[in-house]
Design a protein around this ligand. Structure first.
Ligand code: PMP
Length: 432
């Protein structure tokens, strides 16, 4: 039941949007370029659902790309935002709310002794990188192919997420000079990491990694890879940065670092800590954080950093996720989803598998779960695209690219998961 171009409000809005906004969207993956077709323009959201401009309801598995962990428009979060907004939108001066959320983050993520709030994950990783370079006096950084850390110049090399959609993992407009210090290695490749440290370890300022990668679909780091990384960083005086913008409070309460039992030197957070509003953060060892302005030489700032309305949404979300059983429920629901989808695909005879960690998941049109970038890229993109559109027609919204992870919220109850799996059965039968 696809609406025609002349009657769908989504088509009309998309055509209009493209007049004033490049590609009609304010963040590339939203444009459906990987899967084709017209992006859905969203008018409202509630719990596990959102509705498009045609009034069609979707079960939403992107959750604003991670933040909507308690479900959309949770009444307590909305109330906190309304109350904060009524007291004023932004002051450019400190508030008690900022102290409270900083205390909460430090308590929940023990490696974070001090934290600085920013407004996007990009700012968080960019600032962590600057701090690592400022603190070590070294220039080189190590990142891994397929990991996305936001769009700061030196991190926009062989990155994941939207860049993969456009077959252009390194952006134009990033001077060679800016990235000559960026060393890109293979994810989960220990010998290569060891070689890099052996040849230039004492010039490497930091290693930045998504400990559970969510921007080349979902790919788990092996524990051995991360533990060896920690050892090498300690040995060479290199700052280990966990980019937990996506995995933080998503794979579990203390993030991927709690899951793997690893203490990074710095951590970048975002998404969940803003509960759908622009809050992100970077933090870690106090001796490093003490090098930040205004007390240290590493500069970083933001007009809207620690915005009171955004912090109210984030703080309320952080409280809600600490309710007893929250992550057990979230993890179980996500597991039910991936098991259900894998079962339905098997019944249809489709090469498919799935994985999940806490409330994030990956779907792969392949026989085995990928462990690295190249394996992930070898998935059946054409079949994913047919699956995506089939599900969309059925009223289920998955991430509009094979390269993205998916997200479940606490509001995805058994009925919602069951409805999704039944829809998938019908779609798998059509795409054999
Ligand atoms: N790091 C990771 C791991 C991310 O997933 C993202 C966003 N998807 C970012 C950084 C950048 O965050 P933002 O889009 O808020 O700038």
């Amino acid at each position: 039941m696809t609406a025609t171009a002349t009657t769908s409000q989504n088509d009309i809005l998309f055509a209009r949007a493209q007049q004033t906004t490049p590609g009609g969207v304010n963040s590339p993956v939203r444009a459906f370029r990987s899967v084709g077709g017209t992006p859905r323009f969203i008018t409202r959201a509630e719990g596990p659902y959102f509705w498009d401009a045609d009034g069609k309801r979707y079960i939403d598995y992107i959750g604003s790309w991670g933040p909507a962990i308690v479900g959309h428009a949770h009444p307590q979060v909305v109330k906190a935002v309304q109350d904060a907004a009524a007291r004023g939108l932004s002051f450019g001066a400190p508030t008690e709310g900022e102290i409270e959320i900083a205390e909460e983050i430090c308590r929940l993520v023990p490696s974070i002794e001090q934290v600085r709030l920013v407004s996007s994950g990009t700012e968080a990783t960019m600032s962590a990188l600057r701090l690592a370079r400022g603190a070590t006096g070294r220039d080189k950084i190590v990142k891994f192919e397929g990991c996305y850390h936001g769009h700061a110049d030196s991190l926009l090399v062989k990155a994941g997420s939207g860049l993969l959609t456009f077959g252009n993992p390194t952006s134009a407009g990033v001077p060679e000079d800016f990235v000559k210090h960026t060393i890109v290695l293979d994810y989960n490749n220990i010998p290569q990491l060891e070689d890099a440290f052996a040849s230039m370890g004492d010039t490497i300022a930091c290693v930045i990694v998504e400990a559970v990668a969510g921007n080349m679909n979902l790919i788990r780091a092996t524990p051995e890879f991360l533990h060896r990384m920690r050892e090498l960083c300690t040995e060479y005086g290199t700052v280990l940065i966990f980019d937990e913008v996506m995995s933080g409070f998503r794979v579990g309460i203390g993030g991927a670092q709690a899951l793997y039992g690893i203490v990074p030197d710095l951590t970048a957070l975002g998404k969940v800590i803003g509960g759908g509003m622009p809050v992100a953060a970077f933090g870690g060892r106090a001796d490093l954080m003490q090098k930040m302005a205004p007390i240290g030489p590493v500069y970083q700032a933001g007009t809207l950093s620690g915005n009171p309305v955004a912090v109210a949404a984030g703080m309320t979300t952080l409280k809600l996720i600490q309710q007893p059983g929250f992550y057990e429920h979230l993890t179980a629901q996500t597991q039910k989803l991936v098991d259900g989808l894998a079962g339905a695909a098997k019944d249809a005879g489709i090469a498919f598998c799935a994985d999940s960690v806490g409330g994030m998941f990956g779907l792969y049109f392949a026989d085995t779960v990928p462990t690295g970038y190249a394996q992930m890229m070898a998935g059946d993109k054409e079949r994913f695209n047919r699956f995506f559109h089939g599900m969309l027609d059925e009223g289920v919204y998955f991430a509009p690219a094979m390269f993205e992870a998916g997200f479940v919220s606490a509001a995805h109850d058994d009925a919602v998961i069951g409805e999704t799996v039944e829809a998938a059965r019908r779609v798998f039968a059509r795409i054999v």
